[in-house]
Design a protein around this ligand. Structure first.
Ligand code: EPU
Length: 344
């Protein structure tokens, strides 16, 4: 389709027009495009639900490919006995890339499969989940990924990436690098468990459950708790435009952290092997931006890490706000914050 609106495929809700748009309903559709040389000499973007993308301009001068591949299959231990890394309680769930992430997670919970419950209600498609290694409440998708099935659109060859070949890190993987943007992800194998410990250590999940008098939480108790906590902090997709966290949480060195801690004794911090991670939401909040509004865009009043579009605005308004916030955080704390959203 030429000059196609993707207003419904970017959760920021901007009326972006794509020069060319193709939906992939079967791999034959993709091979047809490859065989017809559709991809030569063009800018190409694989777009899932558009929940982590910001288009800089209202016209996207390239080809957008959207996976609509559907299907979920559960393979039990017996079906995978040749795979030595699996134990009896492991289950492989193969999911096609066009499935909606939140529906897929709900499916795993309904089937009593453990692993993805902390990632409930994240907007977007399954195929996009490994690209930025989505994460929430102490879990990252990399913890459950076994294999990723992709097609190289330059030659139509299939390639299977094992977890350790994806170089997963905080909101990062090899699929974010320019040279790997040729891989169309068509399916993912997730390794889940029939039984496992639940992860309730992050933030206020434990307190929340305690408050509800839930002493021995089940899989769905944890999922429901996280659903409620998320809904209290994040704007509802489709109602207010956003991309979830707009910035990454910066990691600073311990010397800088110590001097900030003297100035701001209440600063939250998460030490890791690279330094100390500071919540960007806290920095933006502390700098006074929470609830700020400028015409059609602003900073969400319940979570300062989220920039919002109230409708009728243009991408440049969000970009201007982004620069203002970055400058202010640099000036106040000496910290550079980088966008978490993928800007194209
Ligand atoms: N905070 C404030 N003010 C704010 C926001 C946060 O003081 O306006 C403080 C909180 O009090 C808390 C700390 O910052 O002490 C961390 O806040 P929160 O637990 O809400 O998490 P976050 O660091 O803001 C990250 C992820 C989210 C994920 C949550 C929960 C990133 C960039 N974001 O946010 O992911 O849902 O943790 O695990 O790592 C996303 O990627 O789009 C996303 C929503």
């Amino acid at each position: 389709m030429k000059d196609h609106s993707i207003k419904d495929l970017n959760t920021m809700g901007f009326n972006i027009i794509a020069k060319s748009f193709h939906e992939i309903n079967s791999l034959v559709d993709l091979y047809d495009l490859i065989n017809n040389n559709t991809f030569s000499d063009s800018k190409i973007l694989f777009l899932g639900g558009g929940s982590n993308i910001l288009f800089q301009e209202e016209y996207y001068d390239g080809i957008i490919i959207h996976s609509n591949l559907k299907g979920i299959t559960i393979f039990d231990y017996q079906d995978n006995s040749s795979n030595n890394s699996l134990t009896q309680s492991d289950v492989i769930v193969r999911c096609m890339s066009g499935e909606i992430w939140k529906d897929f997670v709900d499916f795993t919970i309904d089937n009593n499969l453990y692993g993805l419950e902390n990632l409930v209600d994240i907007p977007g498609c399954v195929g996009a989940s490994p690209v930025q290694n989505i994460g929430a409440y102490g879990v990252e998708v990399k913890d459950c990924i076994e294999n990723i099935y992709a097609i190289d659109i330059n030659n139509g060859k299939e390639i299977i990436f094992k977890n350790n070949e994806c170089h997963f890190a905080y909101r990062d993987s090899i699929f974010k690098r320019e040279e790997n943007k040729k891989y169309f992800i068509y399916a993912i194998d997730f390794k889940l468990k029939r039984n496992s410990e639940l992860k309730i250590e992050y933030g206020n999940i434990k307190d929340f459950l305690h408050h509800k008098n839930i002493e021995n939480p089940t899989l769905s108790d944890v999922a429901n708790a996280i659903r409620t906590i998320r809904a209290e902090k994040l704007p509802e997709v489709g109602v207010v435009g956003s991309v979830g966290s707009f910035f990454q949480n910066p990691i600073i060195d311990t010397v800088n952290f110590q001097s900030l801690k003297e100035q701001y004794p209440d600063i939250p911090s998460y030490p890791n092997d690279k330094g100390v991670k500071i919540p960007a939401g806290w920095l933006i909040d502390k700098a006074g931006w929470k609830g700020y509004r400028e015409n059609h865009v602003g900073v969400w009043d319940k979570q300062a890490l989220v920039l919002v579009h109230y409708g009728g605005g243009k991408p440049e308004e969000i970009l201007n706000l982004m620069h203002k916030i970055q400058d202010s955080i640099k000036e106040k704390f000496g910290i550079s914050i980088k966008p978490e959203v993928n800007i194209v």
